[in-house]
Design a protein around this ligand. Structure first.
Ligand code: BTN
Length: 245
């Protein structure tokens, strides 16, 4: 990953630039980075605060082979990110589907977007990691964190962080494309912030209703398995899940 690479001082969104570059024929592994984004995007239509100039905003173009299931790709990216960060933050956890948390606060997020060209997917994997920022605006004050906030020693540079993340991400993706999520489930589940905990699950029926359940683990295809009281295990395949207060 990273050949070729484009770096921008400012972009709307590295994902948008990567999607356009992919359409224009950029190869598998091409990478877009930016110092700041003016319209950084998160999952479920949320914004990703991206003005600091001290954090990582990265999008990689992937061209998986036709026929490879890619539904759990974001989980594989989470595994790579967590493993890449583990030398600094061994306690970093994954909140299903693919947030990176430290001490319950969000350190990084992942946004995968795909377009189909015939039977071949053209995928942009975007991730943001808070590296050097120490102040977070308003609602993020209690919910976000950075390497700088978590480490007692000086935080590594963005380049150092990316240099550890990229090989870890390559290894996680290689295992995922060879064997599906089942091949890396053992590298996800032990670090999942939700497993064994009481969670609130979005019913995904448009009403905003949530049910309380216990997170049991992950299925081989990456679905989160939960159980409501004494009910049967249920699969959560999309949407959002929160730790119950
Ligand atoms: C989330 O947690 O909801 C996902 C956040 C993803 C943010 C990254 S930053 C680089 C890339 N470009 C974007 O516009 N979004 C992703």
């Amino acid at each position: 990953l990273g050949r070729p690479r484009e770096h921008w001082a400012e972009l709307g969104s590295t994902n948008d630039r990567a999607l356009a570059w992919a359409r224009a024929g950029a190869p598998h592994g091409a990478l877009v980075t930016a110092d700041a984004q003016t319209t950084g995007r998160g999952r479920l239509g949320r914004a990703w605060a991206s003005e600091s100039g001290e954090d990582l905003y990265v999008s990689a173009i992937l061209r998986p082979h036709a026929g490879k299931p890619i539904g759990a790709l974001g989980l594989a990216v989470g595994v790579g990110l967590r493993e890449g960060l583990a030398s600094w933050l061994p306690a970093a956890q994954l909140k299903w589907p693919n947030d990176v948390l430290v001490g319950g606060r969000k350190l990084g997020g992942i946004l995968c977007e795909a377009r189909w060209v015939g039977s071949s997917p053209e995928v942009v994997v975007g991730f943001g990691v808070n590296v050097g920022r120490s102040l977070f605006p308003g609602p993020l004050a209690d919910s976000a964190t950075s390497l700088r906030r978590e480490l007692e020693t000086a935080a590594p540079s963005r380049d150092e962080v990316l240099a550890r993340i990229l090989p870890a991400l390559e290894r996680a993706l290689e295992a995922f494309f060879a064997g599906g999520f089942a091949a890396i489930r053992g590298r996800y589940e032990p670090h999942c912030a939700l497993v064994g905990r009481t969670v609130l699950v979005d019913m995904a029926n448009g009403t905003g209703a949530k049910v309380q359940a216990t997170a049991l683990g992950l299925a081989d295809d990456g679905a989160l398995l939960v159980r409501e009281e004494e009910g049967p295990p249920r699969r959560v395949e999309s949407g959002d899940v929160w730790l119950a207060p």
